[in-house]
Ligand binder design. Structure first.
Ligand SMILES: [Mg+2]
Length: 206
């Protein structure tokens, strides 16, 4: 447990931008410390295999939906809805309208120069992309600022994403409803998603 948590911290800190590296390293370290204290912070309230399985409405108390992009509704690195999920996306967008918000750790962040990716994504999906300087799981204040005009509370927000250490941990930290997309467009063989699936199976069987 201690071994992979320390690996998580050091690897998350690797980025090309030195100042970002320092900021993100601090955020990652703090969140890893939280996980160590309470591993249940990365356990979702709902698990689906892929975005196409998302129920609409998600639950009767949900008024706002934060949705992740990479390997959630889009293929990793792509800026449009994966064709098989278009019907689900349209239904979700029609139901939640402007209260459907894309929060990505690529598009809309400081890594997205001139917010080109965010603009392209907004144009292809019709949904707003949050501009945020802090990456998930640390950007819940920026998310709450977006929902302020509707007076939507954290427990009325669903966070949908494929990553337990970012999407679902943020959902639990802010008191929202976490929906974990376990496989996404493609089952990732990367180290962290594999560690997350392993952790989930262990925690679930406890
Ligand atoms: Mg993702």
């Amino acid at each position: 447990m201690f071994y992979w948590l320390s690996m998580t911290s050091s690897s998350l800190a690797r980025t090309d931008d030195q100042s970002l590296e320092m900021a993100f390293n601090l955020s990652a370290t703090l969140n890893v410390a939280k996980l160590l204290w309470a591993p249940s912070l990365c356990m979702p309230q709902m698990t689906i295999k892929s975005f196409g399985e998302l129920p609409v409405p998600i639950a009767s108390h949900i008024k706002g939906v934060v949705v992740d992009k990479d390997n959630c509704f889009a293929r990793d690195g792509d800026d449009k809805v994966w064709p098989e999920y278009q019907q689900t996306w349209d239904k979700l967008h029609a139901y939640y309208q402007d209260r459907l918000l894309i929060v990505s750790n690529s598009a809309g962040t400081n890594d997205d120069k001139g917010y080109k990716q965010a603009l392209s994504l907004e144009s292809s999906t019709g949904a707003p992309v949050l501009r945020h300087s802090t990456k998930k799981p640390g950007c819940y204040e920026e998310i709450m600022a977006y929902y302020h005009k509707w007076d939507i509370q954290p427990n009325e927000i669903a966070v949908v994403g494929d990553r337990l250490f970012t999407d679902i941990m943020m959902a639990n930290t802010m008191g929202a409803y976490g929906v974990w997309v376990r496989e996404g467009v493609e089952l990732s063989t990367k180290m962290f998603p594999s560690i997350e699936r392993n952790l989930y199976d262990r925690m679930k069987n406890k």
